[in-house]
Design a protein around this ligand. Structure first.
Ligand SMILES: Nc1nc2c(ncn2[C@@H]2O[C@H](COP(=O)(O)OP(=O)(O)O)[C@@H](O)[C@H]2O)c(=O)[nH]1
Ligand SMILES: [Mg+2]
Length: 305
């Protein structure tokens, strides 16, 4: 078990600045988004006990005095079954190619982790260093916890010491260079992106087992300087018969979805938000190249080759 590399001693204690990009990658549901939020200290990425909540990469920044960590929470590396999943995996793979370090997350109760190149279906293993990180450390017994932390890295999202230990292990892999982003920034994506994400998070927690996967959202109007901030959003489902479930009796389900998303947005922006929600049916959007492009999914490898 190697110790974290130390910066050159004797330079009056001032460490050279480092800054770089780190991917949080792994199978669906291993705790990537939860870890991103713990690393950044804000609920930026959506989290769900249901798999595949994350559809597009989410970037979160953590700036310390001498280090800027730019984390990329990726969609789960799965074997794609239809076009949306192909695009999700493509987006994940693309991001894997542009980072300085890959963290391969795997739940501690399911240790050992599989081979990363096989999981990512990359015929040529990435040249980028890959560190295996066992997540959900709180779910295994102390003996297993001890063993896994000796073999590699073990974290629990709620355990600050494990997060600090992880950051220490990441730092030496980041290039020595100036910060890329303002140290006050916690993300790079526009607020519109998070409007959609938080609505989807609510859909995952309130809409049963199937419907969240057929759910999408699109911001139609955004009046950022108004107070409350006015945001009009269309919520999409795939079939007419799903409308009733989304809206709920007396509108209570859609109201709860809006209220969850509004809470998260107000926390993120520190300003009151008004969400004006509309519902539309968009048949088979998850298999439609046009709809997927409109919702921000980059073209899949198969579509561009
Ligand atoms: N007990 C425990 N549960 C966790 C931990 N990290 C994530 N989870 C849970 O695992 C599930 C999947 O988490 P999520 O971050 O959405 O996984 P992702 O699909 O890899 O992004 C959620 O129910 C989380 O609450 C952890 O450290 N401990
Ligand atoms: Mg996720």
């Amino acid at each position: 078990m190697s110790q974290p590399e130390r910066d050159h001693p004797g330079t009056s204690g001032v460490r050279a600045r480092r800054s770089g990009h780190i991917a949080l990658a792994g199978a669906p549901n291993v705790g990537k988004s939860t870890l991103l939020n713990a690393l950044v200290g804000t609920h930026l990425a959506i989290v769900s006990p249901k798999a595949q909540a994350t559809r597009l990469p989410v970037t979160g920044i953590r700036s310390e005095e001498d280090t800027q960590y730019v984390f990329h929470d990726l969609p789960g590396l799965l074997d794609p079954a239809y076009l949306m999943q192909e695009r999700m995996v493509t987006a994940a793979r693309e991001r894997l190619r542009s980072v300085d370090l890959i963290l391969h997350l795997h739940p501690a109760p399911d240790a050992p982790a599989p081979d990363f190149a096989a999981l990512a279906r990359m015929p040529v293993p990435p040249r980028t260093p890959v560190l295996t990180v066992y997540t959900k450390g709180d779910l295994v017994r102390p003996a297993a916890r001890q063993r896994l932390s000796e073999e590699g890295l073990l974290v629990s999202a709620g355990d600050d010491a494990s997060i600090a230990g992880l950051l220490e292990r990441i730092r030496p892999h980041l290039p020595e260079r100036e910060f890329e982003f303002d140290p006050d920034d916690i993300g790079t994506q526009p607020l519109r992106f998070f409007v959609v994400e938080y609505l989807r998070e609510a859909a995952f927690s309130l809409l049963g087992d199937e419907l969240p996967y057929a759910f999408a959202a699109e911001v139609e109007e955004f009046r950022e300087s108004e107070r409350p901030m006015y945001i009009r959003v269309t919520l999409f489902i795939e079939r007419e018969s799903q409308k009733g479930m989304l809206i709920g009796r007396g509108g209570q389900t859609i109201k709860a979805i809006g209220s969850h998303a509004r809470g998260r947005l107000e926390e993120l922006t520190g300003t009151p938000v008004y969400l004006d929600l509309w519902v539309k049916v968009l048949p088979k959007w998850r298999k439609s190249a046009d709809a997927l492009s409109r919702f921000g999914f980059p073209l899949s490898e198969a579509e561009t080759s």
